[in-house]
Ligand binder design. Structure first.
Ligand SMILES: [Zn+2]
Length: 377
């Protein structure tokens, strides 16, 4: 019997019809208490060796309909290796339909919007890092549903660096990036990491939104709140995750911050800056331009031509974290966006953008930080 299940960590799908391999029709559930939806993750069972046609319908109402054209779903048989499966989007069919073709090689196959990063893997990451020399594991606070907001701190230098990810829980590539950053920062043989540990204290929050991650949300926490619109005035009732992180950042100060995200529509890696903040300085703009240009030279997996248009002077949205941090601390604070699709400047037709490339990008980002560290204060 063919069956579809999403009743597990970060699962999200609703079955409309599941009668035959060529007639599997599904919908994505909305984030609780909100209208956002786009993340999907489910298991398809009982169709070994059969050519399956999976249709996810109603997607013109999703958070980013522009994310579906040119997008291919990822599939896995071992939940470790994820590859792209042929997918096509028809905006006119059943309110917007993504059709995925997959022939399961085994009794179960998993499908997802991007390679998932489970809360179990999060806890394994924290445990693996915490036992290494020079790593301090702290709990900054708790989510609405009582999960810890974990922070791993490495290094003893005077510059205060904050790296944080997954405010938007469906952007799982952000925690893959954090895993790459933490592995590099704790590598005893890495000279760049040694320079960073000597020159900076690096605070890493691998997952800002554990509740949304477990629940299979795209964009919000358990209360349906978009955490990256809470930084001007977080509250214990709506956004304790941000309240905890901002309190910890205020205690140390911030010289440099990266908020790690994924973008649904744009097939490129890019950085969004803070150009429109009221207190913008030439020094901040100079650091921003230099960081982006140096990173583009350091790796083919980054570019500066394509991204979000910068906010007009004085018009930045201060509820967004990097604008708030750049304004409050006068620092370099950037939003890093990785694609759900691929980085078209350096495309990989088999895997698309992937966990491995997310981790590699983290190493490049940290190398540029190391180079600029002396000028950050
Ligand atoms: Zn995001």
């Amino acid at each position: 019997m063919i069956a579809v299940s999403a009743a597990f960590d970060s699962g999200n799908i609703e079955v409309v019809r599941c009668e035959a391999p060529d007639d599997i029709v599904l919908r994505i559930a909305r984030d609780a208490h909100s209208d956002f939806f786009q993340w999907f993750h489910f298991r398809l069972s009982g169709a070994r060796g059969e050519a399956c046609t999976v249709r996810i319908i109603g997607l013109e109402a999703s958070a980013y309909p522009g994310g579906w054209p040119g997008y291919e779903a990822v599939t896995s048989h071992d939940r470790a290796t994820w590859v792209r499966s042929p997918s096509r989007y028809d905006a006119a069919a059943d309110g917007g339909t993504l059709t995925i073709e997959v022939t399961p090689l085994h009794d179960h196959v998993w499908l997802a919007y991007f390679a998932p990063y489970s809360m179990e893997r999060h806890h394994e990451l924290v445990a693996r890092m915490m036992v290494l020399p020079g790593v301090q594991a702290r709990v900054l606070g708790a989510s609405l549903e009582g999960q810890p907001i974990d922070c791993l701190t490495i290094g003893e230098g005077p510059r205060q660096v904050w790296l944080y990810a997954r405010q938007h829980p469906g952007e799982s590539m952000a925690e893959w990036w954090m895993e790459g950053a933490l592995e590099m920062l704790t590598d005893p043989a890495d000279e760049v990491a040694a320079a960073l540990r000597a020159g900076a204290t690096i605070h890493c929050i691998p997952n800002m939104n554990p509740d949304g991650s477990c629940r299979g949300h795209l964009r919000t926490n358990a209360a349906g709140v978009n955490l990256n619109r809470e930084w001007a005035g977080p509250t214990a009732e709506r956004s304790p995750e941000v309240l905890a992180a901002l309190a910890a950042m205020t205690a140390t100060g911030v010289d440099f911050a990266i908020d790690v995200h994924g973008d649904e529509a744009i097939p490129q890696v890019f950085i969004a800056g803070f150009e429109g903040i009221p207190g913008i300085t030439e020094r901040q703009l100079g650091l921003l331009g230099r960081y982006k240009e140096t990173l583009a030279r350091a790796t083919p997996d980054f570019q500066t031509r394509i991204g979000y248009p910068p906010a007009a002077a004085g018009r930045a949205n201060l509820t967004m974290s990097t604008n708030q941090l750049a304004e409050r601390f006068g620092c370099l604070a950037m939003t890093l966006e990785m694609p759900f699709k691929d980085h078209d400047d350096n495309a990989d037709s088999r895997a698309g953008w992937s966990p491995e490339r997310s981790k590699g990008l983290a190493r490049s980002c940290l190398a540029v930080l190391a180079e600029m560290l002396p000028d950050l204060r």
